[in-house]
Ligand binder design. Structure first.
Ligand code: ATP
Length: 216
């Protein structure tokens, strides 16, 4: 199997990136034999005000966090757009760039359980495969459970190159860390040591990020 034709994507706000993103990212890159897993920060509209960090800060923190992880890379196409974009549009763009590649989109169980709210979710399954990461305290919704069963009946459970619409779940080391909790601790002057990389934590301090309770 030619693994170069398999593209792994892991989207999110990463506000800020933490070990609950990074440890699973390394594990899935290994489990799925991805030459590269692209972390894809999404766009955050400026008009939302001082909610969390700016796009530039989120990208800087991600770049810092993955600098010594050769399997991980950044794809900033969504973050750098002026307008918010939908996952389906990004997948269409990547598919147009690399029509023969197999796209594997990774998402946490909390995100997958709300997958029916994603714009053109049926279209996403026509372009990509999904791998759902276990996350502490996140469970299936009725919809997500049925969708997984439906796709399994339709496609089987194996992601082979050239395929789309397969949904798998993936067991990873579960870490009960969330960006919301990290932001809350910072705003309350509590330590975030060992929840995210030290240099990211130093960057947050140096740039005075997440100090305001408004950013929660
Ligand atoms: P917030 O608390 O701000 O909602 P978050 O910690 O959930 O943020 P996101 O940037 O929204 O982080 O998450 C990006 C992706 O990573 C999503 O698919 C999410 O489900 C997944 N994810 C985030 N944290 C974890 C975790 N601890 N374990 C497994 N998956 C996670």
């Amino acid at each position: 199997m030619d693994n170069d034709s398999r593209i792994g994507l892991f989207g999110g706000t990463f506000d800020p990136v933490h070990f609950g993103h990074l440890r699973p990212a390394v594990e899935i890159a290994e489990q799925y034999q991805l030459s590269t897993l692209f972390l894809m920060p999404n766009h955050r509209p400026g008009h939302r005000g001082p909610t969390g960090a700016s796009t530039d800060h989120r990208i800087d923190m991600l770049a810092m966090a993955i600098k010594d992880a050769p399997q991980l890379a950044l794809d900033t196409r969504e973050a750098e757009r002026d307008e918010p974009t939908y996952t389906i549009n990004t997948l269409r763009e990547i598919h147009a760039e690399q029509p023969t590649a197999t796209l594997v989109f990774f998402l946490g169980m909390d995100s997958f359980s709300a997958f029916e709210t994603w714009h053109e979710w049926e279209g996403i399954l026509e372009l990509a495969n999904l791998v759902v990461l276990d996350r502490p305290e996140a469970t299936h919704s009725v919809f997500s459970k049925q969708l997984m069963q439906r796709q399994r009946a339709k496609n089987g459970g194996e992601i082979v190159n050239g395929r789309t619409g397969v949904i798998q779940s993936c067991q990873i080391t579960q870490l009960a860390i969330s960006a919301t909790d990290v932001r809350r601790r910072i705003a309350s002057d509590l330590s975030v040591r060992f929840l995210l990389p030290d240099d990211v934590s130093e960057y947050i301090g140096a740039n005075n990020l997440y100090r305001s309770k408004k950013s929660l």
